[in-house]
Design a protein around this ligand. Structure first.
Ligand code: ADP
Ligand code: MG
Length: 453
């Protein structure tokens, strides 16, 4: 017993040591001691782990960029500590610092920061971090990156001749050329139209999912929050709260159009991913994560408990609503009445959808019965969709959901198929709709799987 305890401690300790980036009570004060002294960061404690996608979110001027540059090593802390790979950066040698800024991190900016008198390829090969690599090899790497991001035909152009979205992809290529562990992105789509922004956001998502690079993205735009695994919310030089997003099912090579996987039970797989949670926790967790963005951490915890009670049948929907609406000081979640009503209605609807699904899922012998179940799911997913789908898109959506539910495609592929163009075998939805739908389907599947247990 004691031995098990010791090994548990050891395990936890090792995990704690595994963080890539960590800050302790970090403070950054500009113009210290002068009239215009300004505290840009005040008591920041964050911890970031390999392969995470992190967003720093908050209004302009709250210190997000300052934290990014402090982590990068360009802005020294005024107080507190920054650890990279478990090492205190205050003890870094010049060589360590060089590696930190040039090898460990790659960075992209809102305004691309390209050199407009050099062509695209040279922009990527230029940074002196490459000096130890022969030029030919640098060019090969650069060209391969351009090709990957679909802009290799622009290699000889000056950046000014490219669209904003293409320029940002050049900047991403430059940031990746040295194969960094972590990609930092400071408002990378702030200057782009929504379509180019979508392309760049997808590119960053792929770099996180496929290349397993850790990403820290700074934004003040809430519409991108769903991309992250975790979000740090900033306010007035402090971190107000940290929120975890729903986690996708990891692993799996991307599926090429027309290629099928060995059928696996997707529902089982989902539960395996969340094996560290017990059944009531898993149910409460997946639904809570659907709602949380607006709440503080303490409110979220209370909401999660309320959700557990609701799902376990210990509380009615009405009691759930009352707990949500009850003032925080009296032990409730402290939501406004309209918000509490909204949440209760939304959850009620999902629970009824799940119930209906479970009933229909009992008889799944024939292809026809399966297609019927998929049609039902499709209706659920389209419920909140405001746009109109063409018949061909509806048909494709049916097929894509079928493949997801009956184990042919993974969550990532499902997500991708939703926003791929119709001509390439996708549904042709816009990226935000696709993310939202994929999320909703996973929630329903998680609930259904646990309901069947
Ligand atoms: P964000 O990225 O969240 O918009 P920043 O980190 O850029 O915020 O800036 C935080 C605050 O610090 C802002 O009020 C900004 O004006 C101030 N600030 C940023 N850089 C400097 C600097 N070099 N000297 C003085 N003040 C600065
Ligand atoms: Mg900024």
């Amino acid at each position: 017993m004691a031995e098990a305890f010791v090994s548990l401690i050891h395990f936890v300790y090792n995990i704690a040591m595994d963080s890539l980036i960590k800050t302790e009570n970090l403070k950054v004060i500009y113009n210290r001691g002068k009239d215009n002294e300004f505290v840009a960061l005040n008591g920041i404690d964050i911890e970031i782990f390999p392969e995470e996608y992190i967003i720093f979110f908050g209004p302009s001027g709250c210190g997000k960029s300052t934290l990014l540059y402090t982590i990068l090593g360009l802005q020294p802390p005024s107080e507190g500590k920054v650890f990279i790979n478990g090492r205190d950066t205050a003890e870094f040698t010049e060589r360590d610092k060089n590696e930190q800024t040039s090898k460990f991190f790659g960075i992209i900016f809102q305004n691309f920061n390209l050199i407009y008198s050099l062509n695209v390829l040279d922009n990527i090969t230029l940074p002196e971090v490459f000096i130890d690599k022969p030029l030919k090899q640098r060019k090969e790497v650069a060209f391969a990156l351009l090709k990957r991001f679909g802009i290799e035909t622009r290699a000889a152009n000056l950046p000014g001749a490219l669209s904003g979205g293409q320029q940002q992809r050049v900047a991403i290529s430059r940031a990746l050329a040295n194969d960094p562990k972590v990609l930092l992105a400071d408002e990378p789509v702030g200057n782009l139209d929504s379509e180019s922004a979508g392309v760049v956001m997808n590119t960053l998502r792929d770099i996180n999912r496929d290349d397993k690079k850790t990403i820290i993205l700074v934004t003040h735009d809430p519409s991108y929050l769903s991309f992250a695994d975790r979000i740090y919310y900033f306010k007035d030089a402090k971190i107000e709260r940290m929120v975890k997003n729903r986690r996708g099912v990891p692993g799996g090579e991307p599926l090429k159009p027309g290629q099928a996987y060995e059928p696996v039970n997707e529902l089982e797989k989902l539960a395996r991913v969340h094996a560290y949670m017990n059944v009531p926790q898993l149910k409460a967790w997946s639904l809570t994560n659907y709602l949380i963005q607006e709440l503080t951490l303490n409110q979220t915890e209370r909401l999660e408990r309320a959700m557990e009670n609701l799902l376990a049948g210990k509380n009615s929907e009405h009691e759930f609503f009352e707990f949500l609406n009850k003032p925080y000081s009296e032990g409730g979640v402290g939501l406004y009445k309209t918000t509490a009503v909204h949440y209760t209605v939304m959850i009620g609807r999902i629970l009824r959808e799940v119930k209906l699904f479970v009933e229909n899922a009992k008889i799944l012998d024939t292809r026809e019965q399966k297609e019927k179940l998929v049609a039902l799911l499709k209706e659920f997913l389209l419920e909140e969709y405001k746009g109109e789908l063409k018949p061909a898109q509806m048909e494709r959506l049916q097929k894509v959901i079928y493949n997801r539910v009956f184990g042919v495609s993974t969550i990532d592929e499902f997500n991708r198929f939703l926003d791929w163009p119709l001509a390439d075998g996708g549904v042709g939805l816009n990226i935000m709709t696709a993310e939202r739908m994929a999320e909703k389907l996973e929630i329903i599947l998680a609930q259904v799987y646990q309901a069947q247990k």
